[in-house]
Ligand binder design. Structure first.
Ligand code: NAG
Length: 324
């Protein structure tokens, strides 16, 4: 198929005798380039799957769990597809699903993140699977957003209460990059213009009542060994908290802020940034995270298994309709 495509291109070039010599030369170069690309096998996984953890609580009915559509659109916008990981599924089923995906996303929300609660224990299980996969020589990324960052902090601190109260409900903020942001996989993985606008204007959507102080990371040996803090932000009262962090030795990243909301959530009562620069943040973070997942080679055994795993089996529900 590649060779007939090239033939068609060459035939078209032959018919272009009225073009200038320079244009013909450029077309010849392009034809040669597409022939090279057609013959090159990409070493990256161009069909990445992301497992997204569900959680209990509103707007899910009692006994059910939910994944906010914005997280699904977020990873889909970067060329990945989603496999839901139900927080209350049996461990064997969770492990089997994780074995078919190329990375894990822990979304924001308000599920309980106290040891002993099933949701927290599932996060701990997912973090353990991630660490074990990387220790075994695989590249298997995990990203936590908001509640995901908070849960990650507690899990790595072995269940210690490391969080503090912050006044950052509905408070979009600018990021203050720390010296450790130099060499950060996360910030180096985004276009410099996006990183510059994240620092220059309040386009990181912050919406949390708890957070992690840099002092808490410093104080807790396990946290300090595991994570480096790459950015800080301030709440309404001037309280400073960790807004981005990443593992030193693992492809594990986390943001207290919500990259997915800028492009994909429009709650009327929230001040989610929707400017073009803010929407670029959504895409840049999605491209970074899915890019990490492209380095992993796991895959379902066949198309039927893939069909069964995908979130397309659960139709979306519009839960945001306004009532007056
Ligand atoms: C994850 O690993 C830690 C450390 O080995 C362990 O204490 C914890 O119980 C594990 N979590 C789960 C859910 O198995």
């Amino acid at each position: 198929m590649n060779s007939w495509r090239t033939c068609l291109l060459l035939a078209a070039l032959a018919a272009c005798s009225t073009l200038s010599a320079a244009t013909r030369l450029r077309l010849n170069e392009l034809a040669a380039a597409s022939a090279v690309i057609a013959g090159t096998q990409s070493t990256e996984n161009d069909r990445p799957l992301i497992g997204i953890l569900s959680q209990p609580g509103s707007p899910a009915p009692k006994g059910s769990s939910y994944i906010a559509a914005s997280y699904v659109k977020f990873v889909e916008s970067a060329g990945a597809r989603v496999v839901p990981i139900k927080y209350d599924a049996p461990r064997e089923e969770i492990e089997a699903r994780v074995g078919k995906v190329n990375g894990l996303l822990l979304p924001g929300g308000s599920a309980p993140i106290t040891p002993g609660h099933l949701f927290y224990d599932t996060v701990s299980f997912l973090v353990n699977l991630t660490i074990a996969a990387n220790d075994a020589g695989e590249y298997f990324p995990l990203h936590g957003t908001c509640l995901g960052l908070e849960a990650l902090a507690i899990v790595i601190a072995s269940g210690s209460r490391v969080l503090e109260h912050y006044n950052s409900d509905d408070f979009p903020s600018a990021l203050l990059l720390t010296p450790d942001a130099k060499g950060s996989r996360f910030f180096d993985g985004m276009p410099p213009g996006v990183v510059a606008s994240l620092q220059a204007s309040p386009i990181a959507m912050e919406n949390h009542q708890q957070g992690l102080s840099a002092a808490a990371v410093d104080k807790h040996p396990k946290l300090k060994d595991f994570f480096k803090v790459t950015s800080l932000a301030t709440d309404r009262d001037g309280g400073v908290y960790v807004s981005s962090m990443e593992a030193r030795d693992y492809p594990i990243t986390a943001t207290q802020w919500h990259p997915e909301k800028n492009a994909f959530e429009f709650a009327a009562h929230l001040h989610i940034p929707h400017s073009p620069a803010a929407v670029e943040v959504t895409h840049a973070v999605a491209m970074f995270f899915v890019g990490e997942a492209r380095k992993n080679g796991r895959a379902p055994a066949n198309q039927a298994e893939l069909d069964d795993l995908m979130i397309y089996n659960w139709p979306p529900t519009f839960t945001g309709r306004h009532s007056w």
